[in-house]
Structure formats: structure tokens, C-alpha cells
Design a binder for this molecule. Structure first.
Ligand code: HEC
Length: 152
């Protein structure tokens, strides 16, 4: 399978997991771990809403609002991961703090891609939106692949 195909699969699996297992991990999470799980969840919801509009080719202009909301959350990402904050039930790997500059770069890549998505939304071009949406999903996957424990 092409790397792109794999990313698409990973992205769909991720959205499916969010839909099927709502908030399961949040029940015991507290403090910054809960805050970032809620934040990630909100980003996931925005992405689902965007994806649905692209697929239905409807309300393409309003994608901008969700993209900007997700972007705003993405700018907070580095603050959601104070050193060593991955006790149970967190799915964050300790590797994050061993490779902090790379982790930050992956957060900042997501910001960039979401900013581009908001810009493309203004054009209402469905094809360009679909392409940029997959770049955003790829930026999610690039980080999860390395720094998040895979769900069973
Ligand atoms: C810079 C790294 C990084 C990027 C980029 C990233 N994530 Fe995450 N994400 C994580 C980590 C690490 C966790 C695990 C957090 C934990 O359990 O403490 C996580 C967890 C999640 C969760 C599960 C939250 C929960 O309920 O436990 C969802 C949903 C999620 N991310 C969605 C997304 C989406 C959608 C994107 C892209 C738009 C994205 N993430 C981009 C690092 C990232």
C-alpha cells in the first residue's frame, strides 16, 4: 500500500475509534492529561465535521471556522505536555520528552497544515479542500505514530 493509503487508513481508523469509544479514557484522567485529552477530542470533532462537509460538498465555507478552532487548539499543544505527564490513563509515550524538539516540530507542522486548510476553505474549492484535509490528517498521524500508544 502506498504511504498515502496508509495515512488515509490510519486517519479513518482514528476517527472511527473516536466515534466508537467516546471519552472512555477521560473518566480517570485529571489535570493537564484531561485537558489535553479534551483538547485532542475537540480537534478530532472539528476534523470529523470538516470531513463530513467535504464529502457531502456542503457548507464548504464554514469549514474555515472549524479549521481555525482546531488551529487555535493546536497552538496550545506544546503546553499540554509538561515533562513526564504520561501516567495512566495517558497514552502519551515518554519518547516525547526524549525527542522534544521533534515533538514540537510535529505540533507546529499541524498548525501550519490547519492554517492552510482555513485558507483553502475561503476558496470553497472541494478538490483542494480534500487534498489539504489529507495533509492535516497526515500531520496528526505523523505525531501519533511515534508518540502515542496504539489503541488495541
Ligand atoms: C504533536 C503531536 C500530536 C499531533 C500533531 C496530534 N496529536 Fe493527537 N495525541 C497526541 C498524543 C501524545 C496523544 C495521547 C495523549 C494522552 O493520552 O495523554 C494524542 C491523543 C489524541 C486523541 C485521544 C484523546 C483521548 O480521548 O484520549 C485524539 C482524538 C487525537 N489525539 C486527535 C488528534 C487529531 C485529530 C489530530 C490532528 C488534527 C492530532 N490528534 C494531532 C499527539 C498529537
Amino acid at each position: 500500500m502506498s504511504p498515502e493509503g496508509r495515512f488515509c487508513l490510519a486517519a479513518s481508523a482514528m476517527f472511527a475509534a473516536v466515534a466508537i469509544a467516546p471519552l472512555a479514557a477521560h473518566e480517570h484522567a485529571t489535570g493537564i492529561v484531561k485537558e489535553r485529552m479534551d483538547g485532542m477530542e475537540a480537534i478530532g470533532k472539528a476534523m470529523k465535521a470538516i470531513n463530513a462537509r467535504i464529502k457531502a460538498n456542503r457548507e464548504l465555507g464554514s469549514i474555515k471556522e472549524d479549521a481555525l478552532r482546531a488551529w487555535e487548539l493546536a497552538t496550545r499543544m506544546p503546553f499540554w505536555f509538561p515533562p513526564g505527564s504520561n501516567a495512566h490513563p495517558s497514552e502519551a509515550k515518554s519518547l516525547i520528552w526524549q525527542r522534544w524538539p521533534d515533538f514540537q516540530a510535529k505540533a507546529s507542522a499541524l498548525e501550519t497544515e490547519l492554517g492552510k486548510l482555513a485558507a483553502v476553505a475561503s476558496t470553497g474549492d472541494k478538490k483542494a479542500l480534500a487534498v489539504q484535509f489529507s495533509s492535516v490528517s497526515q500531520a496528526c498521524g505523523n505525531c501519533h505514530e511515534l508518540y502515542r500508544v496504539r489503541r488495541k
